[in-house]
Design a protein around this ligand. Structure first.
Ligand SMILES: [Mn+2]
Length: 326
C-alpha cells in the first residue's frame, strides 16, 4: 500500500566513514512530502551575543550522526520501522541580516509543516527556535507547550541597546507573541551566573516553571520529568534541547558553557521520559564545532537527536494505532 520507508545506509554494506554525511545516514530529500518527520538543519547563528559558531552545527552533527544505529537498545524503539523520516537538508538562510534570517527560517519550517511532517531541527543558535515556533504555532492553530532543556532561561528582553532578537531572548518573544502558553512551559537545568538576581523574574511572573539544576540534582530525572509532562499536559508541545544544558566536560563545543550541568546519561534518560508528550516539533541547538574537541559535542548532539527521533516516532505510531482503533 505504502512506499517503503526511507532507511539508513546499511553499515554492513557501506562503512560508516564512507558516503555522503546525512542525518542518521538517511536519504537526502528535496522536500518533506511523504515524510512523518523531517530532519532539517538550520545553519544560522545570527542571534549569538558572544562566541559565534553554531552556524556550523548541522554539518558536524550530520557527520557524527553516522555513528547512530537503527534502534534504541533501552526503549526498543526502531524509528525507521515506525515512521517515514529523512534528511530534508538545510534551510537556506543568509547569514547577514537578522530579520531576513528569521523570516527565511519561518518560511522553511512552514513549508515542512504544510507537507504534514513534524520538523526535528538541528541549529544553529537558540534564536532559530523562535521562527520555528512561529511556523508550528500557525500550523497547529493553538498555543504550544514547551519542554526546554538549557543552562539558560533565554527569556531576557534586550541586548546591546534595543535589540530584541538574540539567542538570549527567544522564549520571551514567543510568550509575548502568544506562540507559547507560559503556564505550559518548563525549563530544566537552568544555572550559572546571572545578569542580576531577578533575571528570571519576568518568566516566573508569566507562570514559567523553572527547574534549576540544584532542584534537578535533589529530585532526579524521573520526578522532574513526571512534573514536566504534567506541566505541558496533552496539548501540542515543542521540545528544545540546548546542548549547553550538558556539562561542558561532556559538551565543550558550545558558545555559552556553564559548569555543573547534566551528564549525557541524565539527558538521555530525560528525553526517553518524554514518552506520552504530544510532541509537534523539536530541536537540538547551540552545537558549535569551532569550540568542540574531537567532535564530542556534535556526537552528544547527534545522540540526543536520535533519542528525540525515537520518542517522536513512537508517539506518532501510537497516535496512528489509536486512530485505527477508534
Ligand atoms: Mn539556550
Amino acid at each position: 500500500m505504502n512506499e517503503p520507508r526511507p532507511q539508513p545506509v546499511d553499515a554492513a554494506l557501506v562503512p560508516r566513514f564512507a558516503g555522503h554525511a546525512t542525518f542518521m545516514r538517511l536519504p537526502a530529500v528535496d522536500s518533506a512530502a511523504g515524510l512523518d518527520i523531517a530532519l532539517v538543519g538550520i545553519p544560522w547563528d545570527g542571534g549569538t551575543t558572544n562566541r559565534a559558531g553554531a552556524r556550523h552545527g548541522p554539518r558536524e552533527v550530520r557527520n557524527q550522526s553516522s555513528l547512530m544505529r537503527r534502534a534504541n537498545h533501552h526503549t526498543g524503539i526502531a524509528p525507521y520501522d515506525l515512521v517515514s523520516v529523512a534528511d530534508a537538508g538545510d534551510l537556506t538562510v543568509q547569514p547577514i541580516d537578522l530579520m531576513t534570517g528569521l523570516a527565511q527560517i519561518e518560511d522553511g519550517i512552514a513549508a515542512i509543516c504544510a507537507q504534514g511532517a513534524l520538523p526535528l531541527c538541528v541549529g544553529g543558535d537558540h534564536l532559530t527556535t523562535l521562527p520555528v515556533l512561529r511556523a508550528i504555532r500557525k500550523a497547529q492553530g493553538a498555543p504550544l507547550g514547551l519542554i526546554h532543556f538549557d543552562a539558560h532561561s533565554d527569556t531576557n528582553d534586550r541586548y546591546f541597546g534595543d535589540n530584541r532578537y538574540t539567542h538570549g531572548t527567544p522564549f520571551r518573544r514567543a510568550i509575548e507573541e502568544g506562540i507559547l502558553d507560559p503556564m505550559r512551559i518548563v525549563q530544566i537545568g537552568i544555572r550559572g551566573s546571572v545578569y542580576d538576581v531577578d533575571e528570571h523574574g519576568w518568566a516566573k511572573a508569566q507562570g514559567v516553571r523553572i527547574v534549576y539544576i540544584e532542584e534537578f540534582v535533589e529530585r532526579g530525572p524521573a520526578a522532574v520529568m513526571a512534573e514536566a509532562r504534567a506541566v505541558v499536559g496533552d496539548g501540542p508541545a515543542y521540545v528544545t534541547f540546548d546542548i549547553d544544558s550538558l556539562d561542558p566536560s561532556m559538551a565543550p563545543g558550545t558558545g555559552t558553557p556553564e559548569i555543573g550541568g547534566f551528564t549525557t546519561r541524565e539527558a538521555q534518560a530525560m528525553v526517553r521520559m518524554l514518552s506520552g508528550v504530544n510532541i509537534v516539533g523539536a530541536d537540538v541547538v547551540e552545537v558549535s564545532p569551532p569550540f568542540d574537541v574531537g567532535g564530542m559535542t556534535a556526537l552528544a548532539g547527534a545522540t540526543i537527536l536520535f533519542e528525540l527521533l525515537c520518542v517522536m516516532a513512537d508517539g506518532l505510531a501510537r497516535k496512528r494505532q489509536e486512530g485505527q482503533q477508534a
